[in-house]
Design a protein around this ligand. Structure first.
Ligand code: FAD
Length: 379
């Protein structure tokens, strides 16, 4: 009998894992709390993008998807810094030919879901996991009409993100370590629309940064010529989201701090008012497996986004788990035990690097001496 695997969460990592596992011959069921993103616009017209690096591409490559996804991505060869006068300086990411990629979260998710389904994975949307029985490997779901169902599997994988319900069940077990640390900054997404005939109003092939010491704004390009900007800003204090609650202060603040960008943001006030202000958190836990249940991606290790590596690390989890299933001849308990001991130090390291990189991005990339040193290092 083929082993039946349930993946809780049909986001980026859950869907890539579904592809890996269905290719191994498992019967794979993915349960997702939200609506099918192919039938509803989850992002309500907002274009949210992510930096996809070689780490993530390698995992997509192994399932034959990298070339297709590269076609949808925009290479970013370095960081373009905008100082307070609107003057630009460019810092390459590495040697010539090295770059990261800007990719739409929504289209990447849809591509992964389509591929997983085409290969035979079964998706059930509008199903929120509400309970996990770690002894019986049973999941309880609630649909949008509040119907409750229960299903049993041979193996459960929690790919349900930073606020994982699967991890929540593990938190009630003995000797389970868990921590969550919010930073003082939150973020808000804003837009620089395309120019005439879909032209890019800033350099297309760069990740743009407006470093302002205690805060910063970044922008990543989209294929339609627009840029998604993210303002990382304290929640409280003199310069903070709190201080900008009165919308009349927003325009002046942007004109003072981001004069070259604000000229390109005709919908700034509307975006600022309508788009949510979200928090940023690091979640760490251990162990990642209990009986026949395993955590992966943000459910196991959610990090702040300043290294652009959360999804990439989650994609790497999928590749490493697949490799360990090869090595253990699909002995899940042996593979899961190796998986958590191998991946935990890496997850902790990237969590720390991501926090450190916030200081570099918002503060040091605005420092001319630092820029000169980095330029010399990259040659
Ligand atoms: P998620 O993407 O959170 O997916 C989890 C899925 O599970 C969701 O679809 C959710 O609806 C579903 N779910 C949740 N609870 C339940 C439940 N109880 N039952 C059923 N389904 C459930 N990473 C990068 O690599 N590069 C970047 O440039 C980058 N930029 C970022 C910018 C920001 C502002 C933020 C916040 C994060 C960024 N990240 C980036 C991190 C990246 O978004 C995450 O690491 C990645 O989305 C993790 O994927 P995941 O599938 O593990 O979790």
């Amino acid at each position: 009998m083929k082993k039946r695997i349930a993946i809780v969460g049909g986001g980026l990592v859950g869907s890539l894992l579904a592809i890996y596992l269905v290719k191994r011959g498992y019967v794979v069921n993915v349960f997702e709390r939200r609506h099918d993103p192919r039938k509803t616009d989850l992002y309500a017209g907002r274009s949210i993008n992510l930096a996809l690096s070689t780490r993530g591409l390698k995992s997509l490559e192994e399932v034959g998807l990298a070339a297709k996804i590269r076609q949808e991505a925009i290479p970013m060869h370095g960081r373009m810094m905008h100082n307070i006068k609107g003057e630009l300086s460019f810092l390459p990411y590495g040697k010539e030919g090295q770059f990261i990629n800007s990719i739409s979260r929504a289209s990447l998710n849809v591509m992964l879901i389509n591929e997983a389904e085409n290969l035979g994975a079964q998706y059930t949307f509008n199903h929120r996991c509400t309970h996990v029985d770690l002894d019986k490997t049973t999941l309880t779901f609630q649909d949008e009409d509040h119907h409750i169902t229960q299903k049993q599997f041979h193996q459960i994988v929690g790919a349900d993100g930073a606020f994982s319900a699967v991890r929540g069940a593990m938190q009630f077990t003995d000797r389970f370590d868990f921590s969550q640390d919010y930073i003082d900054h939150g973020y808000k997404e804003l837009t620089i629309p395309a120019g005439h005939y879909g032209s890019f109003q800033l350099e297309k092939n760069a990740l743009h940064i407006w470093p302002r010491e205690s805060f910063m704004m970044i922008a990543l390009p989209n294929p339609d010529g627009s840029f998604t900007c993210t303002l990382f800003f304290p929640f409280e204090g003199k310069k903070s989201f709190d201080a900008l609650k009165d919308l009349s202060n927003v325009e002046k603040f942007f004109q003072d701090q981001f004069p070259d960008a604000v000229k390109l943001m005709p919908d700034l006030l509307k975006d600022f008012q309508e788009n949510p202000t979200s928090s940023l958190v690091t979640m760490q836990c251990y162990p990642w497996c209990k009986n026949n249940t395993l955590l992966i991606g943000d459910a196991a290790h959610a990090i702040v986004p300043f290294y652009g590596q959360g999804m990439n690390a989650g994609f790497e989890d999928c590749r490493i788990l697949n490799k360990l299933l090869n090595e253990t001849h699909d002995d899940w308990s042996a593979a899961a035990a190796k998986f958590q001991t191998q991946r935990k130090p890496n997850a902790d390291a990237i969590a720390k690097l991501a926090l450190d990189n916030f200081v570099e991005m918002r503060d040091l990339v605005g420092d001319p001496e630092f820029l000169l040193r980095k330029k010399i290092e990259s040659h």
